[in-house]
Design a protein around this ligand. Structure first.
Ligand code: TYM
Length: 339
């Protein structure tokens, strides 16, 4: 049954493999863009890049029928507009490749109840009340499967995913030591600036697409709205432009956004400003220089463009993932259906 190459042989013969994913719930915001998507686009140049719309993960919180498929097309369109190029990366939907759900089950057998209980994302989401599904609890096991199915070397993500990637490493290592070398143990790649963009109205809270807030900048917000939201961003009363996230979270967030969007170090950038107004104006310009062309390309893409790209991507993804799933089943020693 095991006809797939070993993880070591793939890693040594190819460009480093990058894998990452995004949930199709809500609109992509500035945090998603600076923390993840901008880097995904850049990594296509010299990596073997695989990017996934994780629709099964979106179901871990209750959804109306049809909501996830609409969200998938919309997020697919934004990602294509942002620069994911189906000719240069594998871009697909998680549920189109059944190996994700199958390896997700195996990963549930490898992650302990204690490990999953310590995940802060689960604690945050379950504390919000409402229906807490068992899938919300086991979510990181499916995420580990996503990553391990592609013999992934590098996982480019924002800071909030750090704990989930650590867990993926732990379950891969545990599997390898119990059943023999099967999975590549991945590393996370978290940008030095933009890894944790905060809400502009509540700079002690992460900018989030699941929470409606005037402090969230949507990638498709009109330019005037973006300018207004940044102008109204919460700062503080001492009037000094300084990068100090603990005591000056609002100003530091603006400097971090500027550093992530235009390059440079937030502490150095702070020295250029003596007032908040000009800093906010430069942040708005830097954000719009990325978002305006994306918004134009977004308007030109149709649903069919997105669906066609995702269909092509699913075939390419399955061609990588299926042999890895077979390798894992073989390592565990499940009875093959046919010989
Ligand atoms: P998701 O959909 O919440 O977010 C997608 C990416 O955006 C980053 N991000 C941020 N970066 C900076 N500042 C913020 N305020 C901010 N908010 C979100 C996230 O870190 C992420 O990189 N569990 C994942 C999806 C997933 C995945 C995977 C990721 C499923 N399987 C395998 C990597 C590999 C999630 O919910 O991301």
């Amino acid at each position: 049954m095991n006809s797939s190459a070993s993880p070591a042989s793939r890693a040594s013969s190819d460009r480093p493999r990058v894998f990452s994913g995004i949930q199709p719930s809500g609109a992509i915001h500035l945090g998603n863009y600076l923390g993840a998507v901008k880097n995904w686009v850049e990594l296509q140049d010299d990596h073997d890049a695989v990017y996934c719309v994780v629709d099964l993960h979106a179901l871990t919180l209750p959804k109306e029928a049809g909501e996830v498929s609409r969200g998938t097309i919309e997020i697919g369109r934004i990602l294509l507009a942002a620069g994911l190029d189906p000719e240069r990366c594998v871009f697909f939907v998680q549920s189109h490749v059944p190996a994700h759900a199958e390896l997700g089950w195996l990963m549930q057998t490898m992650a302990s109840f204690g490990e999953l209980s310590r995940m802060t994302a689960f604690k945050d989401k379950s504390d919000r009340g409402g229906f807490v599904s068992s899938s919300l609890f086991s979510y990181p096991a499916l995420q580990a499967a996503d990553i391990l199915l592609y013999d992934t070397d590098i996982v480019p993500v924002g800071d909030d995913q750090r704990q989930h990637i650590e867990l993926s490493r732990d379950v891969a290592t545990r599997f390898n030591s119990r059943y023999g070398e099967t999975f590549v143990v991945p590393e996370h790649q978290i940008p030095s600036a933009g890894a944790r963009i905060m809400d502009l109205q509540a700079p002690d809270t992460k900018m989030s697409k699941s929470l409606e807030s005037p402090g969230t900048i949507g990638l498709l917000d009109p330019p005037k709205t973006i300018e207004k939201k940044i102008k109204r961003a919460v700062t503080d009363n001492d009037g000094e432009v300084r990068f100090d996230p603990d005591t000056k979270p609002g100003v530091s967030n603006l400097l971090d956004i500027l550093a992530a969007a235009s390059g440079g170090d937030p502490t150095d950038l702070a020295e250029k400003y003596t007032q908040y107004g000009p800093l906010k104006a430069d942040v708005a310009d830097a954000v719009m220089s990325f978002f305006e062309p994306i918004q134009q390309r977004h308007a030109a893409l149709s649903d069919d463009d997105v669906i066609d790209a995702l269909r092509l991507g699913a075939d390419k993804a399955a061609a990588i993932a299926d042999p890895v799933l077979a390798r894992a089943y073989d390592a565990v020693g499940l009875l093959p259906r046919s010989r």
